[in-house]
Unconditional design. Structure first.
Length: 338
């Protein structure tokens, strides 16, 4: 049986993404009912980059699923330096039920996945932030009244079009059938191959994806307005030079007024008020950033349950402690492939 991983937003099909999001809504509504990791089974949570929401949401989520979150400081472990990624994978894969990794190059997490027989989850790389966008889609679905209502909604992202959030909005949004517009200065466009992949997905789902430097056109009638820091991790030395091109792309009250009347604002955090977004927007009535941050927990729990199901993991816990129907037999799980 092929082990399923979540290495980028397009690792799941449109139907599978909808399954995970619908499951996330159920998980959030009945937070304590599912415990497939009872044992406890361990999940390795590795981070090479600074973290708050990733560490918090995965560690809490694994514990709430009945498991043990084994937190590993990637720098202290020296993954890829002191010890090769492949060797670390071989060690972890024999002792944990899943691996979560927040790291740098996409090649690192792909190498990890190539050497283990347990699910590997991308908790952030330089190219993608798929768990964050899964949480964002959950937040939008809640606001719009269901996962099916993601289809056709307009999501406008303002800022660095070459960063991991822009890339994941393109892939994840297109997979959900959303119309995604990346508003970014010239010189900061998404990677061509990622835009091409998003366009191919959009042809299947009926979505639209585009990149523009026209702030007004991007904001017009947007159902979701999103942004991210102008300076991603590792770019701190370029902060001063990067500021000027992005000032026209700041999300402020005027930009929100151009969006749809019921538009919501999203930011993956941390936010720098006065730079990519004004205080009046992020702390205003249209902001959903705190729901969005909480939804990392629920979306990732659903993702773990779904991936463990694909791997055939069935855990029989005490009666009433979780919904046994959510964890089919190994044989049934093997029949639900991609």
């Amino acid at each position: 049986m092929t082990v399923r991983h979540f290495l980028k937003d397009s690792s799941v099909s449109p139907g599978e993404q909808a399954q995970i999001l619908n499951l996330a809504l159920k998980v959030k509504a009945h937070r304590w009912n599912r415990r497939p990791l009872t044992g406890p089974r361990a999940v390795a949570v590795l981070t090479d980059k600074p973290t708050l929401r990733t560490q918090l949401s995965f560690c809490v989520g694994v514990a709430e699923l009945g498991g043990y979150p084994m937190f590993v400081d990637g720098k202290l472990a020296g993954v890829g330096q002191r010890e090769s990624v492949a060797d670390v994978a071989r060690v972890l894969g024999r002792q944990v039920s899943a691996i979560v990794w927040r790291t740098y190059g996409q090649d690192r997490i792909e190498e990890m996945a190539a050497h283990v027989n347990v699910p590997v989850i991308n908790a952030l790389t330089d190219d993608f932030h798929p768990c964050q966008v899964l949480a964002d889609l959950l937040t939008v679905a809640e606001h719009r009244g269901g996962v099916k209502r993601l289809r056709g909604a307009k999501l406008a992202y303002f800022g660095d079009g070459a960063n991991n959030m822009a890339h994941s909005y393109l892939l994840g949004g297109a997979t959900a059938g959303m119309n995604v517009v990346i508003a970014t200065p010239d010189g900061y466009r998404p990677k061509a191959e990622i835009l091409t992949e998003a366009q191919a997905i959009a042809e299947v789902t009926g979505a639209q994806v585009s990149v523009t430097a026209d702030v007004a056109a991007a904001a017009s009638a947007a159902d979701v307005v999103a942004t991210d820091t102008w300076v991603s991790m590792g770019q701190e030395g370029d902060a001063a030079a990067r500021r000027a091109p992005f000032v026209p792309f700041r999300v402020d009250d005027a930009l929100m007024a151009a969006a749809a009347p019921e538009a919501i604002f999203l930011h993956c955090l941390p936010a720098y008020r006065g730079n990519e977004v004004t205080e009046s927007v992020i702390d205003g009535p249209q902001s959903r950033v705190w729901d969005e941050a909480e939804n990392r927990l629920h979306a990732q729990k659903a993702l773990l349950i779904w991936l463990l199901r694909q791997a055939g993991l069935k855990r029989v816990a005490p009666a009433g402690s979780y919904d046994a129907a959510m964890m089919p037999s190994a044989g049934a799980a093997m029949g639900v492939g991609s």
